[in-house]
Design a protein around this ligand. Sequence first.
Ligand SMILES: Cc1ncc(COP(=O)(O)O)c(C=O)c1O
Length: 442
Amino acid sequence: MKTLLSRRRYLQGLGALAGAGLPSLMRAAEPAATVRGTALSLALPALRPGVPVASDERYWDAVAAQYSTTRELVNLENGYYGIMAQPVLVQYQCNVAYLNEHNSIYLRQGFDADVARTRARIAAVLGVQTEEIALTRGATEALQNLISNYRGLKPGDTVMYADLDYGSAQEVFDYLQERRGVKVARIVLPEPASRQGVLDTYAQALERHPGTRLLLLTHVNNKTGLVLPLAELAQLARSRGVDVIVDAAHSFGQIDFQLPQLGVDFAAFNLHKWIGAPLGVGFMYIRRERLKDIAPHLIGASAEEDDIGSRVHSGTGNTANVMTVVAALDFQQAIGIANKAARLRYLRDYWVSRVRGVPGVQVLTPDEPGMAGAITAFRLNGQTSKDANLAIAARLRTEYGIFTVQRGGVARGDCVRVTPALFTRTSDLHRLVAALRAIGRV
Ligand SMILES: Cc1ncc(COP(=O)(O)O)c(C=O)c1O
């Protein structure tokens, strides 16, 4: 009885929070019904006929109003974490409270079913099978397990990655060199990039390194935001007998795709960037027929070898964030990932189109359809050092109130990354444009 009362008080508190923070048309579902991630229902205004989806500002204002964000700075660094929308946050808080109350009674009797439901939902969104999905703490864990346990390598084989791939994934490839006696081929992606330029670069690199057996491909990289033509590259690799591990940390929810269209067998994802789940949850995908090509992770994994669960062994993690994934997916799907991707690309094009060609401003990410999503990087006045780019990001922050981030690891030099989100307003982007025009001239 005491428990019930305290829980009711807690949920009433959340109800007040939701009521205060949300516009009336999109209030969170009744908190008591949201415990353990019951489906969210959102009432978004109808898209206006005749208005392109990406620029229907009335609609996107309503979506933006679903997020509570600080205005201390204009945040154009939404590539690190893609915060929860308020209705998802409310569910997360309910899940934390529920878990704390039910303790091992839930963990031992209810959590497995929630994990199964979550895997099934992820699989459905991506168009694959539930048994091809295993939850992880994020993309790094999925990448580490996929790469380090890949069975198809013998000493002397070559593995390949590019400058724009994620540092922690590159490191696991380097580890393969150290521990498994393989050679690492490091390649540089073209700058400026184009679809054809990227395809040619990989084709030539595989030609130059005929011993390549394993290739890392980052669907959307975290430095310049370049989107790789993944289906064509996977086909190219397949035709040469090369396996591909895809880093999809930034693509799920930022751009629109279904996994079977890409023709890849191994991929790593997170859910805390563009799916808007709480921090610390992701998953790996292994095509069912290829499961045996990834060894179980370490010994003593609790699952059977023919179960993808044996490819991850994280120990006890943040259970409440796993409980919240379905709500995050509900929110994404209420908007529609294709519409979201169109809006993000629109926001990206909005600022890029206003600074491309401005003297001193070099935009690194191509405008070509399919080659960019939300993320784009720039350099100012040809500056490529880490310090210069840190200084540009600092200037944007202190003089213009805009938050961006310096990025390294690009072969031709460092840059500054700009990442809008669904709550970014075109007025925020005008501020960036004015700042770049002013600083670029110096
Ligand atoms: C391209 C890329 N891959 C992998 C990761 C790692 O993702 P996670 O934070 O889920 O471990 C990141 C994170 O920023 C990333 O940008």
